[in-house]
Design a protein around this ligand. Sequence first.
Ligand code: ZN
Length: 851
Amino acid sequence: VAIHRKDYRPPDWLVPSIALEVDLDPQRTTVRSRLMVTRNGDHGRALRLAGDELTPLEVRVDGDDADWVMDGNDLVVTIERDRAEVETTVALVPAANTKLMGLYASGGILCTQCESEGFRRIAFHPDRPDVLSVYSVRMTADRACFPVLLANGNLVAAGEAGGGLHWAQWDDPFPKPSYLFAMVAGDLQPNRDRFTTMSGREVELAIWVRQIDLPKTAHAMASLKAAMRWDEETYGREYDLDLFNIVAVDDFNFGAMENKGLNIFNSRYVLADQDTATDSDFDNIAGVVAHEYFHNWSGDRVTCRDWFQLSLKEGFTVFRDQSFSADMGSAAVKRIDDVRVLRAAQFPEDAGPLAHPVRPETYIEITNFYTATVYNKGAELIRMMRTILGDEAYRKGSDLYFDRHDGQAATCEDFVRAMEDASGVDLGQFRLWYSQAGTPLVDARLSHDRDAATATLELSQSIPDTPGQTGKAPMLLPLRTALIGSDSGEPIGEERLILLGTATTTVRFDGVTEPPLLSINRDFSAPVNLRVERRDGELERLAEVDPDPFARYEAGQELMYRVLLAGASGEAADTAPVIAAARGTLVSDTLDPAFKSEALSLPAESLIGDRMQWVDPEAIHRSRDTLRSAIGSELGELLAAAQAVGAAGHDLSPKAKGIRRLRSVALSLMAAGDPLRGAAAAKAQFDLADNMTDRQGALLVLASLDSPEREAAFDAFYIRYRDDSLVLDKWFALQAAAQRLDTIEVVEKLASHPDFTVRNPNRWRALVGNFAANQWCFHDPSGRGYRFLADMILGVDRINPQVAARQVSSLGRWRRLEPVRAALMQAELERIVQSPGLSRDVFEQASKSLA
Ligand code: ZN
């Protein structure tokens, strides 16, 4: 059954307070819940409480036997009065909860995940985000197995309960929706620290992990404190409880969860040291720790009215974590990375069968809408508003938003209105970004009149049709634009912010005395596809002189696309400009190493495919390989020199990270030019590495080579790390991502490796997710890759539908492939849809992908 945004109705009953009594046991947990309910408005409707795999053992209203029935999964209670205490008791088996939603066991730890609709797997409850309650939670458990008992808020009392049991009582003074509820019981150790807030309050911080993992928590703790300070300085947001707890568990469906005062994390976003984590693992930890912390305001203090508003908290919070990371390191490189993710994950979503607006209109299973569109495109919307309003007005807007809606369940509209009210800027047309799906396409053409010393920029926009949406209106696109003199290489006048709001427009520039280069959509100010009519030599020059690092990077990438796309369609293309640009990058003594590594990286195969009428995986692979080996053989010595520079593993400064990043990019190109030399250098880098970044970078290069060093390195890696599950994930991931003719065979074998398990989402995604993203190998013309993926999806769907559903979109790309592959992909989707006992999650994704 589809749920529609337009059907929103306020809740019939409110639940101002909740008391839970939980007797925890992996085999049988009982939950006694007392909801204080009040009638919301003048109506006679019964109280309807959602449940999922729950059977009521007892239902009481104000202490008496209640008048209740089950309607499907819902418990319907008839209540005469306008307020009552509704008590329900249920029993759960956390050890058997393989969906990892609700209360479940992970490596001996009992923990919860409630967003979006997991609380109804713990207790009967309205379980919608606009019902906010104050919680009081009393947990009881075996002291030996579960010495630590945590929940949201503050610990108010604890004690012995006899029979080896103990209990703890946690009260959270902040009203919150059920999706922010959390509980943890386990044998955990804390890394403790303190933080003094800007108003001088002391907050106790703790990161809870298993004893052996304690040494790997320092970076997460440092990141947390940096995030707390940053949010005070940048958004004026101060932490509000006396405690802030983070718990890491190994089995987790997503990255992490912002439960009030008790964030629960996938351990991959907490644990790191130089021997086991790469620089990008470290960066991801900082980003996710910050993201979840920032939710305390953008999500917890101000939450969402309904799940259609998900981007209200997620888009905003992603933008906040992106800005934090930009401030902690290189802003230019962070922007390049974020745009790469947007283009690789969100643009295809917008162009495919699962396209939906940032604020969706309808869903079958809400978990399917935790998408790159809601998160990453949502973040771009906030970024555009900041660009349009300017930093100061944007900050006023966010202050007003937090002020006005503190303690409320708000909407995306509320956010935009706060921005409007604070700035006086009309965002009427801008709102279309929330309702219209599809990536806008902008065409740009610049002409120069030397005599008049003017330049004219002609712009036009169109929004592609998406499922259920056609004939869209022009949107408001903020395009940061500058002209640069092609002779002088100097900017002509100031950068301008063009607000393109019509289908076509013309913009005039004066004082243009020399032929201008067009630098447009700088810093990727609008998330659009751009087609610019370029004159000969224009991109080459921009790649050399554009002072906007993002635009400069883009020019270099465009040069590469030209060669790559020509190659993929069987045309010869001149590689000289690309090689010259790469040489310029390598020898530059003004560019920093991190930027160099970005500028030297070729667009991914999938991104090349996105620019072709039909994706031809074979031709794309060949074309990309050809260009890589051309660069590698032309610039072998420069690359070898860049690869030879290392940085001490314990040095996590942006500079050191940049050096390591460049090192592995150079190694990879070098190996493309000269596989023998590359293999030897990779082997040496692998053997001598004092950090995981160098080690993984070397292994990544070896993974796709045919050399004796390959197997030796993989074996050594396995033996060294077989007991470290996060590193073992890398071992699976690297083999699944290897560009080799035998990858499909290797991957099929790995699926029966003793260390493979469908029960652990990280492990499953390491193998299956990376393989599905390996365009050349996944799209093996035999269809064997598709069959493997469908089998894996069906296999995991029986135990964990959310993990299964997220991978369906790889098959949904069939329209972009030639007919033979397209038919094979469709057939697998058909097979999935026809499978008996399919989850609602996978059904929604697979059926929409076929439609
Ligand atoms: Zn989030």
